[in-house]
Design a protein around this ligand. Sequence first.
Ligand code: FAD
Length: 272
Amino acid sequence: MIPDRFEYEVAESVEQAIDLLGSSDGTKLLAGGHSLLPLMRLRVARPSLLVDVGRLRELSYVREDGDRLAIGALTRHHDLANDSLLRERCGIVAHTASLIGDPQVRHRGTVGGSIAHGDPASDMPAVLLALEAELVVRGPDGERTVAAEDFFHGVFETALGPQDVLSEIRVPALTGGWSYLKFRRRSQDWATVGVAAVRADGAARVALTNMGPTPLRATAVEQALAGGADAAAAAEHAGEGTTPPTDTQGSADFRRHLGTVLVRRALDETMA
Ligand code: FAD
């Protein structure tokens, strides 16, 4: 379908983007456009004004920041997948970016767009939960930092306000193992279920994609591991506290089964 009518402005800076977002009701940021434009074509989204931040190259970077890495929100998936610093110090983010969509999606889509969109089937949010990442948000009242676990509120709902711009993602440099596994019917599909696992501070952290309206920490699995369970026994707890959807990709029961299988494999990879 053809989108409804909308106005279009290119922002030259984050500050200008924040001002433009406040200039009328129904404004929306446009980054890579690979989630927003399909929704506009379906007329599920009908913004009155699109504020294009896709050309703000100042928000496209991966930098060392003490014992963490700082990632600009407008960094494209392709650039994350191929960034040598990220591959060396926090390989799970680069690896996960390489699994998103197809080459066209990875060349246009941005990490910030993936997170801000709040789609429970997106891959990166679960990885950020497992990493206990921090998200830097700039808005009319200045800058604030939101923990990944407080960011995702529901399907397409996040901690972002109408004039907020997600500007940076901060992840720890990893010294332990990690894994991100996604089950999908075709190679470029979204995850039917995904599992992120990292070993940090002497413990395993596990998070799930598409097992509820937001990405979820698999706390029952983590507690079982902390209590001495092996990967197979801990993985049996993968479905606890989840509310997976039933859709054309699979039933809720099938997703719970996948969760158990993928958590066990991800833990095996992480501990290896
Ligand atoms: P846009 O579409 O431009 O924006 C998405 C939303 O986020 C909008 O509401 C926008 O206002 C808001 N937004 C964007 N940037 C910011 C910001 N910096 N601050 C605040 N709000 C912001 N994703 C996966 O995770 N896994 C997949 O397997 C996958 N497969 C795909 C296959 C196809 C065919 C397509 C079209 C998309 C797929 N995607 C997948 C989604 C893709 O990763 C998108 O790039 C991503 O979800 C959105 O990023 P974007 O830069 O395109 O955002």
